[in-house]
Design a protein around this ligand. Structure first.
Ligand code: SF4
Length: 404
């Protein structure tokens, strides 16, 4: 339900979504247009003001994104004080507005529905102490979640495994802080119950279970199936299906029959960090496996009824590998039986000083591609793609914008 009106002489929009149990308020506040969005339990989710979008992660951090005129999109993580101040600003707006709703001082085209009252009250009750306690609870339940595919930011993450079973790729530092470990079904079920309790009413804004961390699908079938069954005990029908990464290909290989069994449990799509079709570049990156392993795996998944999301690392190997990266990546993608249930993501390489990649690139005298060259590389790969039937979804993937 959307209520349109006027409040304190300014335009007002209040959106109360029954199915998602969410509240969004938009009006002029504290010197500018201000939008504040909340989950059903009162947890802040998004703020928008003066052209900047602020997304609150479940760990309490907040990512600001904005695009100055004529420039690329900018982003930065707020300090904790800044994030809490923004939450306080939203809370002050809701308090003032809700008081005026109750006093009949809002001119609107409809009444606030009962759910609207509940959502206002819960969001107002979400004070600084509650926000800090919520973030602390998150840290008790989860190890830091390094990354998700962009279409999975609203999934429910369950860490069936911790870390990456390879941890060798020179461009990736997501899981350096933890050894790889597979949880036992009982431990995993307790984790799933804790996640469900923590997410609370926010669950209605989420879809699907993402099995973390980097390599949940590398788990042997005899251990993976009980883990998925434990998740199903807590989240019936996996809240829309299971999703996971398979990142590296030197582990135990699953057959099409294995994938068919996983599909029958609800596995919908597996995201594969293929990075490149050029074997020498994969070796340079210390990526485990060979290009033909990826092809074999994709064919097995598709034959078993599981969709794939293929991630290509744009800019990898700089100018030294650029031509071969484009050529062999096109060839490998074109050999895959992809269709409109599948996805291809282009992720631009982001190098930080602590990555072994930076050291190796310097040793190899490798000139990094500029952003414009990366855009051109992505375009070159896209232009070479040929699909037999319906095209997969093709999109960009910026790891700096990940928020869970
Ligand atoms: S396999 Fe994936 S998660 Fe593991 S180190 Fe390589 S890129 Fe990172």
């Amino acid at each position: 339900m959307v209520i349109l009106g006027t409040w304190r002489g300014e335009r007002l929009t209040v959106s109360v979504r029954e199915r998602e149990r969410s509240l969004t308020v938009s009006t002029f506040w504290d010197g500018g247009l201000f939008t504040a969005a909340y989950e059903g339990g009162g947890r802040p989710r998004t703020f928008i003001t003066q052209g900047t979008v602020y997304r609150r992660a479940l760990d309490g951090r907040m990512l600001a994104k904005w695009r100055p005129k004529g420039m690329l999109r900018q982003r930065r993580w707020l300090s904790q004080e800044e994030a809490l101040a923004l939450e306080a600003k939203g809370r002050a707006l809701l308090q003032a507005l809700y008081a005026d709703f109750q006093a009949g001082r809002v001119e609107a085209n409809g009444e606030l529905p009962p759910l609207g009252h509940t959502l206002f009250q819960r969001a107002i009750a979400w004070d600084e102490a509650k926000s800090r306690a919520d973030a602390q609870r998150y840290r008790e339940i989860y190890l830091p979640i390094g990354i998700l595919p962009p279409d999975q930011y609203s999934a429910i993450v369950l860490q069936a495994t911790l870390g990456c079973s390879f941890n060798t790729c020179t461009f990736c530092t997501f899981y350096r802080d933890r050894p790889f470990r597979i949880k036992a079904p009982d431990e995993f079920k307790q984790h799933a119950l804790a996640v469900k309790d923590f997410i609370g009413e926010g669950i209605y804004l989420r879809h699907g279970i993402f099995l973390g961390d980097a390599n949940a699908l590398v788990v042997p079938m005899r251990r993976l199936v009980p883990l998925m069954e434990a998740a199903l005990d807590v989240f019936p029908q996996a809240w829309g299906g299971f999703y996971a990464f398979l990142d590296g290909f030197s582990g135990e290989k699953k057959t099409a029959q294995d994938y068919a069994q996983l599909a029958s449990l609800g596995l919908k799509r597996v995201y594969i960090g293929m990075e490149s079709g050029h074997a020498p570049l994969l070796h340079f990156l210390h990526k485990p496996g060979e290009p033909e392993d990826v092809l074999h795996t994709v064919k097995a998944m598709k034959a078993g009824g599981v969709a794939v999301g293929i991630i290509i690392l744009i800019g990898a190997g700089g100018h030294v590998y650029a031509d071969a990266h484009v050529r062999d990546t096109i060839a490998l993608l074109n050999a895959m039986p992809l269709d409109d249930r599948d996805m291809i993501y282009f992720s631009e390489l982001v190098v930080t000083d602590d990555m072994p990649y930076a050291r190796d690139a310097a040793a190899a005298n490798l000139r990094p591609l500029t952003h414009e060259e990366c855009v051109a590389q992505e375009k070159a790969i896209r232009s070479g793609l040929r699909f037999q039937g319906k095209r997969p979804i093709i999109s960009r993937y910026d790891i700096r914008e990940f928020v869970y």
